[in-house]
Design a protein around this ligand. Structure first.
Ligand code: FEO
Length: 398
């Protein structure tokens, strides 16, 4: 590999990550802009590497490290999170830095042993513990479930630097390293998608983590994916507070699939009615949209309308797959509405209702379930229902 340039983020602290330009699917999450795996090298009395990269980008990380220091001199690797996009290069770097000690949480130690089954020299740190590496003292705070039970953050007060691993990440592959080098709209969109698809189930834990973060003196947040925050920290903290408390805009999102167009006609009539009330509406067809993109919109929308025709005594598999994913992410405080069409049977609507109940969403309106092809008169009634739902949404408090 060619020699790579040093990328300094603070005095004696370098970004030594890998850029995954080609990645378009991260176990089902559509990474339309690729991603990065960020690792950070601290040059101090005890040279310390914070996290590593996915295994196939090891050579890139190694080359970046070699541009700064002989890897043999690394004494500590902080493993903030076991998931393999961050720990995957630990076994490889150990060959170059055989005397390294791995600093991690108790669950991190267990997880790393289960992944790599190696004779690794661990130093387990409790939440609140510190480690002096020379001029700097690293502070470790456990943030379980943001993203796995082992997750922790590393805070370096001397540099006002927080390294929170998955938290505040975005899947963006770029040669820009900082938030002010990328358009805020793109950054916000990718940070929202990341939160929605990775962190959403753990809102309560994020609220607790934010309480800790807000007390710290920080001028830089260096996550494990995407760009580093230095100019938009207040803005991203504000977004995180909103997402962590499941706060949504008074917007409507229609998610549906259709076999012969009947459910789609209902979806379009609902959209017409909602739009007439001034409510902003987005429609997503499950055959043409990726579920991870739809989740970003679920995160932003208070009203979620779900539609499927009945197929083989149940809902369409595209809706079944989406709802399985949705149930896992557990978005809260939403209003649900269900619609569909059928030839006989008509079970899809009831199945979707059951999942909405499981999610504890409000369902203030009766579902629509129409036989075969809705006629003009029925579609006018559907539109009127759309208007009623829209007006209900407008009157709601936040
Ligand atoms: Fe980026 Fe949970 O790993």
């Amino acid at each position: 590999m060619i020699k790579l340039n040093k990328i300094k983020i603070k005095p004696d602290i370098y970004w030594v990550g890998g850029i995954d330009w080609k990645l378009r699917n991260f176990h089902g999450y559509s990474t339309n802009r690729g991603t990065t795996y960020n690792a950070y090298l601290i040059i101090d009395k005890k040279i310390t590497l914070i996290d590593t990269v996915k295994h196939y980008l090891f050579d890139e990380m190694l080359s970046r490290i070699k541009a700064i220091v002989n890897p043999k001199k690394i004494e500590y690797i902080v493993s903030n999170h076991v998931e393999m996009d961050h720990s995957g290069s630990i076994p490889k770097i150990l060959k170059y830095a055989p005397n390294v000690k791995i600093i991690t949480s108790t669950r991190g130690e267990k997880g790393l042993l289960r992944h790599y089954k190696k004779d690794i020299d661990f130093q387990v740190v409790k939440s609140g513990e510190t480690l002096n590496i020379g001029k700097r003292t690293l502070h470790f705070v456990h943030i379980p479930m943001v993203h796995w039970p082992d997750s922790m953050v590393t805070y370096i007060p001397n540099d006002k630097l927080l390294i929170p691993n998955d938290a505040f990440g975005q899947h963006i592959a770029s040669d820009e390293r900082f938030d002010d080098e990328i358009d805020w709209g793109i950054l916000r969109e990718e940070a929202a998608k990341y939160y929605g698809n990775i962190v959403m189930p753990y809102g309560d834990q994020v609220v607790n983590a934010l309480k800790v973060v807000l007390k710290l003196d920080i001028d830089m947040i260096a996550p494990s994916h995407g760009v580093i925050w230095r100019s938009h920290i207040p803005k991203i903290l504000k977004e995180y507070k909103k997402w962590a408390t499941y706060t949504a805009e008074k917007k409507a999102l229609i998610i549906y699939d259709s076999m012969w167009g009947s459910t789609e006609k209902i979806a379009c009539s609902l959209q017409e009615g909602l739009t007439e009330t001034g409510i902003k509406v987005t429609m997503r067809n499950l055959s043409s949209s990726n579920i991870s993109d739809i989740i970003t919109e679920v995160q932003d929308s208070k009203l979620i309308l779900l539609g499927s025709p009945t197929l083989n005594n149940g809902m369409m598999p595209s809706m079944g797959g989406f709802l399985t994913y949705l149930k896992g992410l557990q978005p809260r405080n939403r209003i649900g509405f269900v619609f569909g069409s059928y030839g006989w049977g008509g079970q899809a609507v009831g199945e979707i209702e059951k999942i909405i109940k499981d999610l504890s969403w409000d369902m203030p309106f009766d579902s629509i379930n129409l036989n075969y092809i809705p006629d003009e008169e029925e579609l006018i009634k559907v539109k009127d229902i759309g208007k009623k739902i829209g007006n209900y949404l407008k009157k709601l408090g936040r």
